[in-house]
Design a protein around this ligand. Structure first.
Ligand code: NAI
Length: 330
């Protein structure tokens, strides 16, 4: 049988963790013949560690055939030991009255330490997916504190936005969401992100041909995708968790298998300057991969409308980068 893949998850006792861990352990990320070791990281806090212990008990009680070992810990050197994948979920989201700067500072402390610990302890092939918000900039901080880990191993999640956008387009067109392809999310996982309907396809045809209401595409569609997180909080009283965990599974799944012919997927990566985006920013692009090496898809048409949206989200990411630079975090 195959050697186990070792996966670290931070914030393992949180909402997303509660969905994500069971998906990983059941084989949803790496396949039905791939054993996994889970290294579960939480804050050094009695309540968090007790909750984590409870989650571990439930993982035991699932008797997952593929789950080889579980290591719950609050120590980063233990948690990232030998990991092939690190999924960084735990972070401190913005609370009422919290300044953006305070938020970046608090998370800066978390992600500088985690970056260093990944560099020191992880396996040579480690890949890192940051989910915890603000995920692009948290990833930027971790990456810049782990210079020994190549820049192409760092990812921040925009797949939930891609999935949300596909589902909205499908509903409008009255078709199943599986028929929607080539949906690129550009930029930041925030309200400035740009879900690119111009290049999206529905049943292989341009979405703009299938959906004749272009005012809807340019207006309500974009804002619905951008504001979906807030809409879920309003409806559920809690932020999206199962769908976020599902998107994390989709992201890892897509990055470890060849992208279907002609399609692409969305994830934030370290910009190489493609599409004029400043090098070094963690920016979501259309990506293709052979399951190992990924590339930004080149030559995707960007019209004037798209260009303005892409610039706006780039500007926001530069501002975040400047703020964490000023704070001495990178
Ligand atoms: P949650 O509050 O239920 O869980 C977060 C967990 O992280 C808690 O158990 C907490 O103890 C832990 N944690 C905090 N600091 C930590 C640290 N330094 N080390 C280890 N663990 C730590 O939050 P939830 O709902 O699970 O969301 C987690 C994050 O994911 C949030 O930042 C949220 O904004 C973000 N998110 C991102 C999405 C995306 O599309 N990129 C979508 C949905 C949520």
């Amino acid at each position: 049988s195959k050697a186990p893949i070792t996966v670290a998850v931070t914030g393992a006792a949180g909402q997303i963790g509660y969905s994500l861990l069971f998906r990983i352990a059941s084989g949803a990320l790496f396949g039905a013949d791939q054993p996994v070791n889970l290294r579960l990281i939480e804050r050094n806090d009695e309540k968090a560690l007790s909750a984590l212990n409870g989650v571990c008990m439930e993982l035991d009680d699932c008797a997952f055939p593929l789950l080889n070992s579980i290591t719950p810990t609050c120590e980063l050197d233990v948690g990232f030991q030998g990991v092939n994948w690190a999924i960084l979920v735990g972070s401190v989201p913005r609370g009422p009255g919290m300044e953006r700067k305070d938020l970046l500072k608090i998370n800066g402390g978390i992600f500088t330490g985690q970056g260093k610990a990944i560099e020191k302890n992880a396996a040579g092939d480690v890949r890192v997916l940051v989910v915890g918000n603000p995920c692009n900039t948290n990833c930027l901080i971790a990456m810049n504190n782990a210079k020994g880990v190549p820049a192409d191993r760092w990812f921040a999640m925009t797949r939930l936005d891609e999935n949300r956008a596909k589902s909205q387009l499908a509903a409008k067109a009255g078709v199943h969401h599986s028929t929607v392809s080539n949906l690129a999310i550009w930029g930041n996982h925030s309200a400035t992100q740009y879900p690119d309907f111009f290049n999206a396809k529905i049943g292989g045809k341009a979405a703009t041909d299938v959906i004749s209401d272009h005012d809807w595409l340019k207006g309500e569609f974009i804002s619905t995708v951008q504001q979906r997180g807030a809409a879920i909080i309003k409806a559920r009283g809690l932020s999206s968790a199962a769908s976020a965990a599902n998107a994390a599974c989709d992201t890892v799944h897509s990055l470890t298998r060849p992208t279907p012919e002609g399609d692409w997927t969305s994830v934030a990566v370290c910009s190489d300057g493609s599409y004029g985006i400043e090098k070094g920013l963690m920016f979501s692009f259309p990506i293709r991969t052979d399951g190992n090496k990924w590339e930004v898809v080149q030559g995707v048409p960007v019209n004037e409308f798209s260009q303005a949206k892409i610039k706006a989200t780039e500007t926001e990411l530069r501002e975040e980068r400047d703020a964490v630079t000023e704070l001495g975090l990178i």
